[in-house]
Design a protein around this ligand. Structure first.
Ligand code: IPE
Ligand code: IPE
Ligand code: MG
Length: 251
């Protein structure tokens, strides 16, 4: 035999009531908060506040559907380009929501994981995030991964630096670096493979989110602005996913 059969890729495992597959890992680019506020003559922070409510709804719907991991893009490494006042508002909201939601998350058996480098955030916020991660570290029902000061290129750069350091130290043979070796250095190491990536607000781009992980994810772009996205919208996204045929290069 000339070609070895490709190793079967772990696919979505759970099966929804209607028979379609439930994605194990769903990621969301929560976009459109500013436009939602603007359309109502409200300050942008009102959009972010309503966006946090949408996140809460989607987390609930994801848990109910049996999604193992929900990843939310909350602040990109490029979002530092925004005015300081808006960044401060976002930090304040993050603090508020961790304070308000941590007990509930923990009680529900949800583990909080952070993608990106949140250490660059205000010290009080970074500390609060660390404490929340620590407190929920032993939970196993579901993972909520929040991308904070995250960028896919930066994540790959950090992975390359760590692998290069080991190669330079002589503990890693360059030829042994494979997909798995790179994956093990990404912020998403240990999470299920990304099955579904949703972006709201009608923008059709990745904006530096999960560049490696999205290689074979199903992409879903919806026009709904994030603050209007709710449980029903999320279930609609799962239904769209269930109708997709994934081939991973096969036939
Ligand atoms: C997404 O909404 C939230 C963050 C990026 C933090 P935006 O703030 O980008 O909203 P639009 O895209 O300006 O409408
Ligand atoms: C992507 O949205 C980042 C988050 C949702 C956190 P942006 O609003 O920052 O993306 P661009 O600037 O429109 O590409
Ligand atoms: Mg935006």
């Amino acid at each position: 035999m000339i070609f070895r059969p490709a190793k079967a890729r772990p696919g979505p495992e759970a099966v929804a009531e209607d028979g379609g597959a439930v994605p194990r890992h769903v990621a969301v680019i929560m976009d459109g908060n500013g436009r939602w506020a603007q359309a109502r003559g409200l300050p942008r922070v009102a959009g972010h506040r309503q966006g946090a409510e949408a996140a809460r709804k989607v987390l609930r719907a994801a848990g109910e559907a049996g999604v193992e991991c929900l990843t939310l893009y909350a602040f990109s490494s490029e979002n530092w380009r925004r005015p300081e006042a808006e960044i401060n508002d976002l930090m304040g909201l993050l603090r508020f929501y961790i304070g308000a939601e941590l007990n509930a998350l923990h009680k529900e058996g949800i583990r909080l994981k952070i993608l990106g480098d949140h250490k660059a955030f205000r010290a009080d916020v970074a500390k609060m995030v660390d404490q929340a991660v620590e407190r929920t570290a032993g939970n196993g029902r579901m993972t909520l991964a929040v991308a904070l000061n995250y960028g896919g290129r930066g994540e790959l750069v950090r992975a390359a630096q760590r692998l290069a350091a080991r190669a330079a130290a002589g503990t890693l043979a360059p030829a042994s670096i494979d997909d798995a070796a790179i994956e093990a250095e990404l912020d998403t190491a240990g999470l299920p493979p990304l099955d579904l990536l949703i972006r709201t607000s009608g923008e059709h781009r990745l904006s530096n989110f999960l560049l490696w992980q999205a290689a074979y994810a199903e992409l879903l772009f919806v026009d709904t602005l994030w603050p209007d996205f709710d449980e029903e919208a999320f279930r609609g996204a799962l239904a769209a996913f269930a109708g997709r045929q994934r081939r991973f290069g096969g036939r």
